[in-house]
Design a binder for this molecule. Structure first.
Ligand code: OSB
Ligand code: MG
Length: 370
């Protein structure tokens, strides 16, 4: 595939209601989209960075720089074999994996179009449908959280995850468990704690959580290993896993018994598959994490979660859970079983990008040519 042109499009899509985590309260999805034109076709990738470096070290500003000045010049006017060839060409770049993944994902999309095969088929996915779980933000009151859980339980979500932060943790979990003794329940701390909080996590053991997601620092698989040995509940790593190498070390140290795979955090689908396979060999179940993405990233997540070892419910929801409108046609939605159907070339499930919606949400557009 010859790379003729790359557009970097910034869009703002307001959340229907704010989504609060231990690190920020999100009100709008400020996203960069990468559109790569090649020989009469185009492919889209979504950059999953946020407006500021809150979740990891990258943000939309750094990604825009890396995309425009470092990555795009390496491929504009060049003929590539595909995503793997791109990754080889930019292997000199340290970090900046969200930016790399945005182009990598667009190249996968181009391969889908060039071959007429779905992403699921190209990566060897085995599932026709993947399970939806939901990540619920921090709420001002317990009552507000319980009301949300009630609603989403009724919709059939296969796992409820609640965001926690210091001061809004044990009490919240206790109340939720009192009202819902049997649901599949998890918590996500987004790195808000340290080993000084060991007793808090010991106390969580009594609530039969499926796992505790990323309790400690994003760069601290060593302390996670200490914590995992001290508690009965499984630890799931999110922020800490940015590569195959991170996963290998975390598994070796015993830092986690579950891994949340976000392909974007790891530099793309290629690396995500390697992590998936490694986890499978070691009996570590995985699930697909979310970044409150638009439909472009959401559909790619669904396809990735079709791999065999995605055995736990994913953070993949219908687009309407966050947005009044989105940029795919149709908007991503769930089945009556609260699953998401995986697009493949045989089942008629197909999404196209809604260019008019992108125009409406657009903040800026950069057109890059050789
Ligand atoms: O830690 O999984 C996370 C959202 C933004 C950044 C980090 C995370 C999240 C979520 C929401 O938990 C996942 C989603 O539904 O997109
Ligand atoms: Mg998380």
């Amino acid at each position: 595939m010859r790379i003729d042109r790359i557009d970097i499009i910034r869009i703002n899509n307001p959340f229907k209601e704010p989504f609060e985590t231990s690190f920020v309260r999100f009100e709008v999805r400020d996203a960069l989209l990468v559109k790569i034109y090649s020989e009469g076709a185009f492919g889209y990738g979504e950059c999953k960075a946020f407006h500021a470096p809150l979740y990891n070290a990258e943000d939309n500003g750094t990604c825009l720089h890396i995309l425009k000045h470092i990555l795009a010049p390496r491929i504009l006017g060049e003929t590539l074999d595909g995503p793997e060839d791109f990754l080889r060409r930019v292997a000199f770049v340290r970090g900046n994996r969200l930016a790399i993944a945005a182009i990598e994902n667009a190249l996968w999309d181009l391969r889908v179009k060039a071959t007429g095969k779905s992403l699921k088929t190209l990566i060897g996915g085995t599932r026709d449908e993947v399970e939806a779980g939901i990540s619920l933000g921090i709420e001002p009151t317990i009552g507000a959280l319980l009301a949300k859980i009630e609603r989403h339980q009724a919709e059939g979500y296969h796992r409820i995850k609640i965001k926690i932060k210091p001061g809004k943790d044990l009490q919240v979990v206790r109340e939720v468990r009192r009202h819902y003794p049997d649901i599949t329940l998890t918590v996500d701390a987004n790195s808000a704690y340290t080993l000084a909080d060991l007793d808090l996590f010991k106390a969580m053991d009594e609530f039969n959580l499926s796992y505790i997601e990323q309790p400690l620092g994003e760069d601290d698989i060593v302390d996670h290993a200490v914590l995992q040995k001290a508690i009965g509940t499984r630890i799931c790593l999110d922020e800490s896993i940015t590569s195959f190498e991170d996963a290998r070390k975390a598994i070796g140290l015993g830092s986690a018994q579950v891994i949340n795979i976000k392909s974007s955090r790891c530099g793309g689908i290629h690396e995500a598959i390697r992590i998936h396979d490694l986890c499978m060999e070691h009996g570590i179940p995985v699930w697909c994490g979310g970044m409150t993405e638009t439909g472009i990233g959401r559909v790619q997540n669904i396809s990735m979660a079709s791999l065999a070892n995605f055995t736990l419910a994913n953070d993949i929801t219908p687009a309407r859970r966050f947005f009044a409108e989105d940029i795919t046609m149709p908007m991503v939605d769930i089945t009556p079983r609260c699953t998401l159907r995986v697009p493949d070339e045989h089942n008629g499930v197909q999404y196209t990008v809604d260019e008019a919606a992108i125009e409406r949400m657009m903040v800026s557009r950069e057109v890059l040519r050789r």
